[in-house]
Design a protein around this ligand. Structure first.
Ligand SMILES: [Fe+2]
Length: 229
């Protein structure tokens, strides 16, 4: 069946968020469209274009010609968007004891989408053609932080991750040590952009991350894409 559509767990009157699977000739009025699959997404009317696996774009009256699985996300009501903690979003400090007590970083409900089979080294761009295939559980959630928030330098995840900017502007940053003065890479995150994965595969279900953080330049909403083994 084509264009199987449902709301994502974090959809509400402030943020429209839709999952569309087996996408065929699907018109998008105005939304960030994220290719949450290991296959290319084809967009365009007269002039086709490819959005690679796990990348994204901002369509405004555009068309998805074909895709395995996409998330369409748009902030439709920016007024009081920052009241997300009163609508079921959780302060990260409630979940992580070591999280700084004064950092306003909030996580939406998480949506477990299903499974995806891929070669993790293709996901990390360490390999072009798949040599193995492994099943991962795909989970999505949103984050919100006000402008100029240090969203915590960390380097451990039991999953593969990447992020897409949905609203506002920020940066994904890499550090030599757990110290903001040791910054060595700054990846600007503008609406519709997904950064390349930061992790490298080191073994079966093993990978390393550099010290990294998200830094919000303005009030921001961004999407976390997690692949859990
Ligand atoms: Fe991270």
């Amino acid at each position: 069946m084509a264009n199987v559509t449902r709301n994502l767990a974090f959809a509400d009157e402030f943020i429209s968020a839709t999952l569309v699977e087996n996408v065929v000739d699907y018109d998008v009025g105005d939304a960030v469209v994220v290719n949450i699959s290991p296959s290319p997404m084809i967009t365009g009317h007269e002039h086709a274009a490819i959005v690679p696996a796990w990348k994204s774009t901002w369509l405004k009256g555009g068309r998805i010609r074909s895709a395995q699985r996409t998330a369409l996300i748009k902030v439709v009501q920016p007024t009081n968007l920052g009241g997300c903690m009163f609508r079921g979003w959780d302060w990260l400090g409630n979940r992580v004891k070591s999280f700084p007590r004064d950092t306003p970083l909030f996580i939406s409900p998480q949506d477990e989408i299903g499974t995806v089979s891929l070669d993790p080294e293709v996901f990390t761009n360490e390999r072009i053609r798949p040599e193995t295939s492994q099943s991962f559980i795909l989970k999505l959630n949103l984050w919100w932080a006000p402008g100029d928030t240090d969203c915590f330098i960390h380097n451990e995840h039991p999953f593969l991750e990447t992020h897409t900017q949905i609203h506002g502007a920020g940066r994904m940053q890499k550090f030599r040590q757990r110290n903001h003065k040791t910054l060595y890479e700054d990846v600007p995150m503008a609406i519709g952009y997904s950064h390349d994965p930061f992790c490298r595969v080191t073994g079966k279900n093993q990978w390393t991350y550099p010290w990294h953080r998200y830094y919000s330049d303005t009030d921001s909403v961004w999407l976390a894409i997690e692949l859990h083994p």
